[in-house]
Design a protein. Structure first.
Length: 133
C-alpha cells in the first residue's frame, strides 16, 4: 500500500481550502479516503495544525475543526498519527540544508518511513519524492 506523509499546509488546504491543492496531492488524499493508501500525520505537523487553529491564521481552520480532524484520523485505518522519536530527531541532523526544524523533522520521518511527502514546499525537492502538481 502506498504511504504518503502530509505536510501541514497540505492538510489545512485539503480541509479548509480544497481548491488550492495540487492535482497529485488531491489524488493522494483521495486514494487514502478510498482505502488504497495511507496518509501519515507526524506529531510535528499535528503541533503546527493546532498552532494555526489556535491563532486563527486560516479562515475555516478553527480549534473545533482541528478536534474533528484528530477524531477522524484516530477513527480511520487509512490515516495515521505518528510520534516524534529520537530516531527521527537524530536522522534530521543530516538534513542541515533545511533551515526550519519542523520541515527538517518532516523530511527525516518521510525518509525513515520511505513515504512520499504531500507538499508544495520546494524544501523537500531532491530529498524525498514530493507529491503536489
Amino acid at each position: 500500500m502506498t504511504r504518503f506523509l502530509a505536510d501541514t499546509h497540505a492538510i489545512v488546504w485539503r480541509v479548509a481550502l480544497g481548491k488550492r491543492l495540487g492535482v497529485a496531492a488531491s489524488a493522494a488524499f483521495d486514494e487514502a479516503d478510498a482505502g488504497n493508501a495511507t496518509i501519515i500525520v507526524p506529531a510535528v505537523v499535528l503541533a503546527e495544525l493546532w498552532m494555526i487553529a489556535s491563532k486563527q491564521r486560516v479562515a475555516g481552520w478553527t480549534s473545533e475543526r482541528f478536534d474533528v480532524l484528530v477524531a477522524e484520523i484516530r477513527g480511520s485505518s487509512n490515516y495515521e498519527l505518528t510520534s516524534l522519536t529520537p530516531d527521527i530527531v537524530l536522522a534530521s541532523r543530516g538534513l542541515g540544508a533545511i533551515k526550519d526544524i519542523f520541515d527538517r523533522l518532516v523530511a527525516a520521518e518521510a525518509l525513515i518511513l520511505g513515504a512520499a511527502i504531500i507538499s508544495r514546499d520546494p524544501t523537500y525537492t531532491g530529498l524525498a519524492r514530493v507529491v503536489w502538481e
